[in-house]
Design a protein around this ligand. Structure first.
Ligand SMILES: CC(C)(COP(=O)(O)OP(=O)(O)OC[C@H]1O[C@@H](n2cnc3c(N)ncnc32)[C@H](O)[C@@H]1OP(=O)(O)O)[C@@H](O)C(=O)NCCC(=O)NCCS
Length: 198
């Protein structure tokens, strides 16, 4: 382990023990926490969340219909990265299970070690428009600080609900790339780049 990955108490900053975030902004009844690993049950719930978002038209790397086996394989890959400290993963859950998630790609080239990419920001359709997306973003910024990251970068579908969320939370718009990716139900669409200093 690199020396800079270890905090003053000797803990691995990039892969800590699970703990509720200090940020208390999650909507009532919802807990947001960082996972140091992803077990099979959590992987299945995250796969269901990803499928729900793709069904709803989100452009998050996958085309509709997204088969459960493909979604589960995706999360197994993420789990390996999380356990190795290459990614940091937040999940939000209520009494019914996991309803939201976001991750930071921590593993960057050696000349960009201060930076992380924010990725796979997902809120289940039944949990939207209650402030959970904003709470997850606040949690991601705190997690970035905890990991020693001073610059966050993301891209999102131009004109989407997510773009409004990021702009409202103070992310700086860099610009738009037209025809960047297919929407999950088809049709090329642009992406807009943002950054923020957490
Ligand atoms: C983008 C996304 C994460 C937002 O999640 P969310 O939980 O709905 O976000 P919030 O609740 O914080 O904000 C959404 C809206 O609800 C509103 N809202 C928040 N709390 C509210 C409340 N208590 N009552 C009424 N409205 C509320 C916000 O003002 C915002 O309004 P706007 O869309 O008109 O700007 C979600 O739509 C999603 O998962 N989309 C699909 C996946 C995706 O595209 N991810 C981004 C990849 S880059």
């Amino acid at each position: 382990m690199l020396a800079e990955q270890v905090d003053r108490r000797g803990r691995n900053r990039l892969n800590p023990q699970p703990q509720p975030l200090r940020d208390g902004a999650a909507p009532s009844g919802i807990v947001i926490r960082r996972l140091p690993s992803v077990d099979d049950g959590q992987g299945d719930r995250l796969a269901e969340l990803l499928i729900d978002c793709v069904d709803g038209g989100a452009s998050v790397s996958f085309m509709h219909p997204l088969a459960p086996a493909k979604a589960q394989a995706f999360w197994r890959g993420i789990a390996a990265d999380v356990e190795a400290g290459r990614r940091a993963l937040l999940v939000a859950h209520d009494e019914s299970g996991i309803i939201g998630t976001v991750q930071l790609v921590l593993d960057q080239p050696e000349n960009q070690a201060h930076r992380a990419d924010l990725s796979k920001m997902l809120v289940h359709r039944r949990a939207r428009r209650r402030g959970l997306g904003a709470a997850l973003m606040g949690g991601a910024e705190q997690m970035a600080r905890d990991c020693g990251k001073t610059l966050l970068v993301l891209d999102t579908v131009t004109g989407s609900d997510a773009e409004r969320l990021y702009a409202r939370l103070g992310w700086i718009r860099v610009g738009t790339i037209p025809d960047y990716a297919l929407l999950s139900h088809g049709g090329l669409w642009g992406t807009t780049l943002y950054y923020k200093r957490p």
